[in-house]
Design a protein around this ligand. Structure first.
Ligand SMILES: C=C(O[C@H]1C=CC=C(C(=O)O)[C@@H]1O)C(=O)O
Length: 425
């Protein structure tokens, strides 16, 4: 464990077992409305999922064994808890929120056990508290909704648009030279506001505009991702792979753009590489794996994607049958939706051309419970809060042989628009 910070006596091996209590509640109707202003944790889609706050324990970790270290830490922590959970649903009982670095070896991944979790699944609401907390004392009144519009100033991130477009052209040359087939290049955009940014306001707006996405927040990384890296429920595994993007248009133009995306050989090739990389990582762990013959269209407010829903069943036997969700996540990440093909060559091109540290952007983000169920998306369409009133937005594009730098730049602008919409109201 290269870097670790534990804040829980139970996690640190103390003798006092902490109590975790899950009770049913009717107060989980609008999860995001219940969050306090600080330390927000979220994984919400179509009004269901989990929100949390407070920190019963925290781990920050990097290094070659970061995910294995985190898995052992969580197993040890969860085993030491005295858990009372009659619901036994995925996400009830003790829960760990996680935001993993794009490069878990060099970057810092953050794991947080909230003091309070509010959850909702299939209309059933619950509240989980860690420690000596009476569940009735922790529910806050619904937070006030929007204040006045923010005054925002944007600035280039690591690369200005022209330099980033030149990096895309350089990547295409490397692809043409046969060094690799695909690389995902990202850029960042800095924003500062005239008043402190309220994460609750941003999350509520994201959730309202992107109901089919997973609205997430962990340790100041907020966004609404359309891409599910991996869900585990018992032995059932599922993922939604995305790659291949078109902007939205007005009226008949929108239908034309959708039809062009669906038929585009360039986007289909880019998509197939992303599916292959997920399948290659997951297959060794699976007894069954169901991969659709071709992608479908996923329509969001700002863009459309080619999408493939992959499902599988984890093996029952052998070491891979014992693998937990964090090990599975480590096996599939980074897919070619965020890195490229082949992975090592793409990672090297990203390090050379992108000119920025991705941090936790494009890394796995989500949650897991003590039974091993959980959901991880890819941290896309997101921003990292830098301080109270500023943030760093991220957007990236898959680059293949046929990519046009101007079109890829426009695609990053369409993707930035997801978070900009939440900032601008
Ligand atoms: C890397 C991003 O998107 C990925 C996911 C969907 C579509 C993508 C694309 O078409 O390039 C990217 O692979 C991002 O949004 O920052």
């Amino acid at each position: 464990m290269t870097a670790a910070a534990l804040t829980s006596p139970a996690a640190a091996g103390g003798s006092s077992a902490r109590t975790v209590t899950t009770v049913r509640t009717d107060a989980a109707g609008r999860l995001l409305d219940r969050l306090p202003a600080d330390g927000v944790l979220s994984w919400v889609r179509r009004g269901e999922g989990l929100v949390g706050w407070g920190e019963a324990a925290r781990l920050e970790v990097s290094g070659p064994h970061a995910l294995a270290d985190a898995a052992s830490w969580w197993a040890e922590y969860a085993t030491a808890l005295d858990s009372h959970d009659d619901l036994r649903l995925p996400g009830s009982g003790p829960v760990l929120f996680a935001s993993i670095a794009f490069d878990p070896v060099g970057g810092t991944s953050v794991f947080v056990v909230p003091e309070v979790v509010l959850g909702r699944r299939d209309g059933v609401g619950w509240l989980t508290t860690v420690g000596d907390v009476d569940p009735r004392d922790v529910l806050l009144p619904e937070a006030p909704h929007d204040g006045p519009p923010l005054r925002l100033r944007y600035a280039d991130g690591a690369l200005d648009p022209a330099t980033w477009s030149a990096a895309v052209a350089a990547a295409v040359e490397r692809i043409d030279a046969g060094e690799l087939q695909k690389v995902v290049l990202a850029r960042d955009l800095l924003v500062s506001a005239d008043v402190p940014l309220d994460p609750r306001r941003l999350l509520r707006r994201l959730a309202a505009r992107f109901p089919d996405c997973w609205t997430f927040a962990v340790d100041g990384l907020l966004g609404a991702t359309p891409e599910l890296l991996l869900r585990r429920e018992g032995r059932q595994l599922s993922a939604r792979v995305l790659a291949g993007t078109a902007p939205r248009g007005a009226g008949a133009d929108d239908d034309r753009l959708a039809a062009e995306l669906f038929a585009s050989p360039k986007d289909r090739a880019e998509h197939a590489l992303a599916v292959d990389s997920l399948v290659g990582g997951l297959e060794p762990f699976c007894a069954t794996l169901d991969v659709p013959d071709g992608p479908e269209l996923l329509t969001l407010a700002n863009v459309r994607h080619l999408a493939s829903d992959v499902t599988g069943t984890q093996r029952r036997t052998g070491a891979r049958g014992q693998a937990g969700l964090l090990e599975l996540v480590g096996a599939v990440h980074p897919t070619a939706a965020v890195c490229g093909t082949p992975t090592p060559a793409a990672a090297a091109v990203i390090a050379e051309l992108e000119g920025m540290d991705r941090g936790r952007y494009a890394g796995p983000v989500g949650w897991l419970d003590a039974r091993g169920d959980g959901e991880f998306g890819l941290a896309l369409r997101c921003a990292e809060l830098v301080d109270d009133d500023s943030a760093r937005l991220f957007a990236g594009c898959g680059i293949v042989a046929e990519s046009d730098p101007a079109a890829e730049l426009a695609e990053t602008q369409s993707k930035f628009a997801a978070f900009q919409g939440a900032l601008e109201g």
